[in-house]
Design a protein around this ligand. Structure first.
Ligand SMILES: [Zn+2]
Length: 162
């Protein structure tokens, strides 16, 4: 089993604590089989609230179960139980910060696509922004209370061994 850490970085403009808007956020990952190195051609999705049975382990479950199209081996991945993704703070602005860890058996994730709905708050005002859509990779709005533009851009991510 390999424990992988996903780190993210972004440019935050007058906001902080960027994180998925809900617990049932769909994570879009690119996955690779570690037995034969075959990469799945499409992005796959994982959801912290949905688990599936692992056929090779009696009664065990995982958030992602995959049979490699090439070598036919089954692999799986599981989020840390009870662990929530770590909000990306303005203190880390423009630098990588740990976001989440995941246990992998027989596979590795190679990419993270941040599309979906995130949330954040005004850095000085605490104004909540609950519809931060990163489908296009960036988001802009306006914080009335601070009379300042707010935004998220240049979201990047990397996977490393935890
Ligand atoms: Zn394979």
């Amino acid at each position: 089993m390999v424990r992988l850490l996903l780190s993210i970085k972004a440019d935050l403009e007058n906001v902080t604590d960027l994180q998925p808007a809900s617990d049932d956020f769909e994570y879009f990952f690119k996955v690779k089989c570690t037995s034969c190195n075959e990469e799945h051609p499409k992005l796959v999705t994982l959801n912290r609230l949905e688990e599936r049975e692992v056929t090779t382990g009696k009664g065990s479950t995982a958030h992602f179960v995959w049979r490699c199209g090439l070598c036919k081996r089954e692999s799986s991945a599981k989020f840390e139980p009870g662990e929530k993704p770590k909000p990306y703070s303005a203190d880390a602005n423009g630098q990588f910060a740990p976001f989440l860890t995941i246990d992998c058996r027989g596979l590795e994730f190679t990419r993270f696509d941040p599309k979906g709905i995130w949330k954040c708050v005004g850095a000085e005002t605490g104004t909540p922004f609950s519809e931060v859509d990163l489908e296009e990779g960036e988001w802009v709005d306006y914080d009335e209370k601070a009379a300042l533009p707010v935004g998220v851009s240049n979201v990047e991510s990397k996977w490393t061994r935890a």
